[in-house]
Each structure stands twice: as C-alpha cells, then as structure tokens.
Design a protein. Structure first.
Length: 323
C-alpha cells in the first residue's frame, strides 16, 4: 500500500510513518518543517525515516494548493491518507491565530480537495483533538457529547476540521475518520508540551510552571498506543451513511498533574522546583477519554501507564540531548 502521511516530521507523524514503514508500506511524507519549535528535532526525526527505502519526502506546506496537488498527482496509487499536519498548541493560538486558520482549516480543505482525485483512496484519517470538548463538565468525554463550546481558537479549528470532513464525506463519498487525541507524550515528543518541558527544566535545575495551582488532571496517552490506534483505524473505514466517523484515542484514565510530576521526578532522580500559577486562558481543568466506541470498532486498547511511559521519555531525552 502507498500511504500519504502529512506532518511526517512531527512527533506523531514520524512515529506513525516509522510503524508503517516497518511493516513494509510505502510512505509519502509531507511536512513544511516550520519553526514553531526547534526544526532540528524535526530534521532528526526525518533522518530516521530516510533510512527506509520505502520513504519519500516532500517539503510542502499543506495550505499550498499547487504543491499539494502536485504531490498527489504524481502519486495516484495512494490508498490511505493519514493527515497529522497541524498548527498545535492552545496558548500559541492567542498569539498567532492566523497560523491556525491557515494550517488547520485551509490546509485541511486543500488536502480534501486534492484527495477527491485519488481513484484508489480507501480511507482518509485525520487528527482532531480532545480540545474540542471545551468547557464540557461531564466526564469522561464521549464522542456523543456536544462539542459546540470551544474555549480556544485551536479547539475551534479542530472542530471546524470535523465539520468540513463530514461535509466532504457526504458530498464526495470519501470515507473519513477523525481521531480525537488526548495529551500524547513519549520519546521524540513535542518541546512545547508539559512532559518535555518538565523533563528539560527539572534536569536543568529550573522551576517548572504548574497552572491552576496544580489542580489539573490529564488523560496522558503514550505515543506507542496512539500509533497503534491510528494504524488500526486506517483499515477500518466507516460503514455509515455519512461515511464519516469520530473516535477518542486516549489512555482511558485521568492522572492528577501533581502525581504526574511525582512519577517524572522519580524517573529523573531529581526533585522538581515548582512555581504555581493560575489557570491559563483556553486551558481546561481535566480531560478523560471514553474509548468505548474505539474499543468496539477498531480494537483500540491502550497499554502504557505513566509509570511505564515517563521513564522511557526521560531515557530518550538524556540520550538525545546528552543530559
């Protein structure tokens, strides 16, 4: 099979690409290697992928219609699309909102338009986010819950992707699945996320900022579990009238932030200096994934606890950065 992976130099995209290449698939990778965080980390991920003869890379911005259409036109045998490219980050969306509408909305539209011309396309899977649940109070978050109260622009753009996808699935008969991802962490992770930031600062002897006085909970999901879920979803397109489906990909447990820090301290062997801060605009107090439908439909069963996953993150960080 030939699989298009957007965001292939990103944390999740590179990990999914590795898994697909390992099982003998051909991967067409797209990424613009932007500087939202250190491009050298993205380039290092790409070097790992370049070792596989089945990998083909194109430095392309997904919002560049001409460039995206050219890649797909030159690869008419693409059978699956795994769309993971996006502008991430809740807080940064307050600083640079246009980056979110360009990448998450316009880029998604460009990719769907180009996908219409792929005769062999069987399934278009894209990354949504747990952020779409916004101000919901009911826990755990279920795909049946309302998602019309976003509290960040990032969340609003991810919800927009879901709505656009359903319309394209209905209009053009493209089987599409959106995966609402819950706080993904692990080796090769994103430097703008708490697990990476905390690891870096604790090792450097710097204070970590802990918001809402530490009274927060997150459904932390290890990268290997996320990859298994994404790859499994590819071969299970929705069998519904709308040709569009949504699933939660989370660890199905919500960890208190202060306990998360304790586990990380133990893995590093250093006590953290904690700087307690108020809740930040756009943040939510707790996330928790209901994965009942995901279990039933795509056999998704997360296996990695934070007690297992955080030491693996720390080991990778020390090896990669020499700490």
């Amino acid at each position: 099979m030939t699989i298009l992976v957007t965001g292939c130099a990103g944390f999740i995209g590179s990990s999914v690409s590795q898994a697909l290449l390992a099982r003998g698939e051909k991967v067409i990778g797209i990424d613009n290697i932007n500087d939202y965080y250190d491009p050298s980390l993205k380039e290092a991920r790409l070097r790992c992928l370049a070792n596989h003869k089945g990998f083909e890379f194109h430095k392309v911005d997904i919002a560049d219609r001409v460039a995206v259409e050219a890649v797909l036109k030159n690869n008419p045998h693409i059978t699956f699309i795994t769309h993971l490219a996006a502008q991430p980050g809740v807080r940064y969306s307050r600083v640079n909102p246009y980056a979110y509408t360009r990448s998450n909305i316009e880029g998604h539209l460009v990719l769907m338009e180009a996908a219409k011309n792929l005769d062999k396309l069987s399934h278009f899977v894209y990354a949504s986010s747990s952020s779409v649940y916004g101000a919901n109070k009911k826990l755990p978050f279920s795909i049946q819950d309302r998602t019309d109260s976003p509290i960040s622009l990032y969340a609003a753009t991810k919800k927009s992707m879901e709505i656009l996808s359903e319309s394209y699935a209905r209009m053009w008969g493209i089987p599409m699945t959106g995966l609402r991802l819950f706080t993904v962490y692990g080796p090769w992770g994103r430097p703008d996320m708490a697990p990476f930031i905390f690891t870096r600062k604790i090792l450097a002897g710097e204070a970590i900022q802990v918001f809402n006085g530490g009274d927060m909970k997150r459904d932390f999901t290890y990268i290997d579990d996320i990859v298994v879920g994404i790859v499994a979803s590819l071969e299970k397109p929705p069998d519904t009238e709308s040709a569009h489906a949504l699933y939660n990909l989370g660890n199905n447990r919500s960890e208190h932030l202060m306990y998360f820090i304790e586990v990380l301290e133990k893995a590093i062997g250093i006590k953290a200096k904690v700087d307690l801060k108020p809740m930040q605009p756009g943040d939510v107090k707790e996330t928790y994934a209901d994965i009942m439908e995901t279990r039933c439909d795509i056999d998704f069963e997360p296996k990695t606890t934070i007690e297992e996953g955080l030491p693996k993150l720390v080991t990778w960080y020390r090896e990669f950065y020499g700490n």
